[in-house]
Design a protein around this ligand. Structure first.
Ligand code: WT7
Length: 650
């Protein structure tokens, strides 16, 4: 389809960028025809090595032998790359700008100050007994100490596992158990949109779970001063530990393939997986993509609105920017608090030149119209990014016109927790833009489309998006379960990396991501497995069965539609409706709260008992004329009952 409007590269942008289109094409060609040479050069350029690598790429996607190693004999330290190496040249420049939830609160940390804070906290961790290789769980609000804690872990070789502060005590407990974390770092409370989030109370509740027996100590940052419970001998104040810690902490030499962090993400089945990233390749990839995708230049102020609890917060709030010596803005609040103009206000206040946010935030602001930019200029903005889900062309156009005043290219970046960094994206100055398309692959990335049998599809077509060969930022394993890693990503289509996304490629070779092809939902850019929500639902004592599907949602992208069957004798009333929603919030977190609860008399099943989601999806979206074949259902009359129940919902 040559359906889309094309936004040519603007001359004024091209002048400031690293590359034009010809250079992109030449460099891309070089990156895929000789990855060894290409990545050796980038590896040396973007990272300072304590011991230089001599090997570059050692990767195999072969079934049963999946193994991914990059720069494997090199040694480096992440915190030294993000801080120490900038001290001589830009020690007094700002590394982190913090903007509080309350617009009257902000602060700045220079690279020197960041260095001191990280060294102190690293020594505090050592004093608590944290050793190289130990897993440290972070459950933090968006304050500079979140980044300080991450960097302190990397300084001493500890592996961080960040759990998003919006997850429930139950979800936190599950992640602590799976990663066997002995240490938890949290805060008394967080602050978002004017509301306090009881982080420490949630940690207390998680640790009260008898299955959590690994945690030795909890380090608590005082953020709000709110009332909290205290367990003597287990709980320690951040400030008291750092007050007695030295500023001197030599960075630990780490092997390129030593674990860097674990980050849990949802799949189509089972419990969330601990995505494992390692040190060298991850940093090279995060640093390089940051530089090229956002065209980072000295003097830029960069703002990524993602929370540190997501991969975007790891790669493009902390590690990518700081590795480049960039100034990164860390925002505690939400884009529409105290009012719809907050995001624009923050851009003006801190003279943000690069803004990276999510379609769900853009749509929420778009719904407010001009209020989103009221009283602001946004003239500092130069480049704008989008991430997390497909951006609909309307939202793209609004972002481009209203926030960016038709001046700033939009980089629609496609990637995943698993990929560590951006894989498909425009480059400002090089790529013509089409609203809604993530456009072309980054250097070294070889995307392809295959049919359901794995046959590669050529030309302009749609299919399953796979990646043919490894790139340095790729996840290395599922923590503690390498078999699950192979099973999830390398078994559907042997020999390639399966993304789980569907995509269309147009005649210009541009990719248009169409969304997940598996049972994974994307709600406001948050990834959730339908199986996870279903298992939370059926854990409720009155529920016998549940099936969850995604439905289009104007702001969130996808909403959660839950079919729930109650135990015999239970009454489906308003009180239970409320109770079930609250239950899911408690089990997983507010982001997993169903938008629609459909009390179903029965669910459509095959004779072998498998729930037919295809039918449930159609009923949820009122596409009942195209239900498809229902003859394999054990009881086809179930469908009519569901349709009748649906109409009584509306
Ligand atoms: C899934 C990954 C990557 C960091 C945030 C999400 C969807 C992500 C885009 C985009 C279309 C996108 C995909 C992907 N997705 N970015 N620019 N266009 N879809 O990371 O939680 O691991 O989710 O988000 O479906 O598979 P994640």
């Amino acid at each position: 389809m040559s359906d889309s409007k094309i936004y040519p590269v603007k001359a004024n942008i091209a002048q400031t960028t690293h590359l034009d289109n010809e250079q992109y094409l030449a460099m891309y060609q070089a990156s895929v025809s000789d990855p060894e040479t290409f990545w050796a050069e980038q590896g040396r350029k973007f990272v300072d090595w304590m011991k230089p690598f001599t090997k570059v790429k050692n990767t195999s996607f072969d079934p049963g032998h999946v193994s991914i190693k990059w720069f494997e004999d090199g040694q480096l330290n992440i915190s030294a790359n993000c801080i120490d190496r900038h001290l001589a040249t830009r020690g007094d420049e700002v590394a982190i700008i913090w903007e509080g939830d309350d617009p009257n609160q902000d602060s700045k940390l220079t690279f020197k100050q960041l260095h001191q804070a990280v060294c102190r906290f690293a020594n505090a961790l050592k004093a608590q007994g944290v050793k190289k290789g130990d897993v440290v769980c972070l459950y933090m609000p968006m304050v500079p100490e979140a980044a300080i804690a991450m960097l302190a872990c990397t300084r001493i070789g500890a592996v961080h596992s960040i759990v998003f502060g919006g997850f429930s005590p139950e979800a936190l407990a599950g992640r602590i158990i799976d990663s066997n974390s002995q240490f938890v770092i949290t805060s008394d409370e967080g602050l978002r949109g004017g509301r306090a989030v009881p982080l420490k109370a949630n940690v207390d509740e998680a640790l009260a779970n008898p299955e959590v027996d690994c945690v030795k100590s909890v380090i608590v940052l005082k953020r709000t001063g709110g009332d909290i419970d205290w367990v003597d001998g287990r709980d320690f104040w951040w400030d008291e530990l750092t007050a007695v810690a030295s500023d001197d902490c030599a960075p630990e030499p780490m092997n390129a393939e030593d674990p860097l962090f674990i980050l849990y993400t949802s799949g189509s089945t089972g419990k969330p997986k601990g995505v494992l990233h390692t040190t060298g390749g991850y940093l090279v990839y995060a640093a390089m993509t940051f530089k090229y995708v956002f065209d980072y230049q000295d003097g830029d102020v960069y703002w990524c609105t993602a929370d540190v609890g997501w991969i975007t917060g790891h790669s493009y709030l902390v590690y990518g920017p700081l590795a480049n010596g960039a100034t990164t803005l860390l925002f505690e609040g939400v884009p529409n608090y105290p009012d719809a103009s907050r995001m624009s206000q923050v851009c003006d206040k801190h003279q943000v030149s690069i803004l990276y946010t999510a379609p769900t935030a853009i749509r929420a602001l778009m719904a407010q119209g001009d209020a989103a930019v009221a009283g602001t200029k946004r003239t500092s903005l130069r480049i704008m990014g989008s991430v997390g889900e497909p951006i609909n062309p309307e939202a793209w156009e609004w972002y481009y016109r209203t926030i960016g005043d038709e001046r700033c290219p939009i980089v629609d970046t496609w990637w995943q927790t698993e990929t560590g960094g951006i894989l498909i994206t425009p480059l400002p100055g090089a790529t013509e833009l089409k609203p809604g398309s993530a456009t072309r692959p980054f250097f070294g990335v070889q995307p392809a489309l295959v049919d359901n049998l794995g046959n590669e599809l050529e030309g302009a077509t749609s299919g399953n998006l796979i990646i043919r060969d490894s790139w340095p930022g790729q996840m290395r394993s599922v923590y503690g379960d390498h078999e699950r890693f192979e099973q999830t990503y390398f078994s559907t289509f042997p020999g390639v990396y399966t993304t789980g996304d569907g995509a269309r490629r147009d005649e210009d070779g541009y990719f248009w991501i169409t969304g997940r092809v598996d049972d994974v939902l994307n709600v406001s850019g948050h990834r959730m497995g339908t199986a996870e929500i279903e298992s939370a639902l059926v854990a409720h004592p009155k529920i016998s069965e549940a099936a969850v599907v995604g439905v289009p949602h104007e702001i969130k992208g996808q909403g959660i539609y839950a079919y729930v069957t109650l135990n015999a004798g239970e009454e489906a009333d308003a009180a239970l409706h409320k109770e079930v929603k609250a239950w899911v919030r408690k089990e997983i977190g507010p982001i997993a709260t169903p938008d629609i609860l459909h009390w179903a008399d029965a669910l459509p099943k095959t004779r072998s008992g498998k729930i037919m989601r295809r039918i449930l999806r159609k009923i949820a979206t009122n596409e009942t004329d195209s239900l498809g074949d229902t003859s394999t259902l054990a009881d086809p009359s179930v469908v009519d009952r569901l349709i009748a129940e649906k109409s009584s919902l509306e």
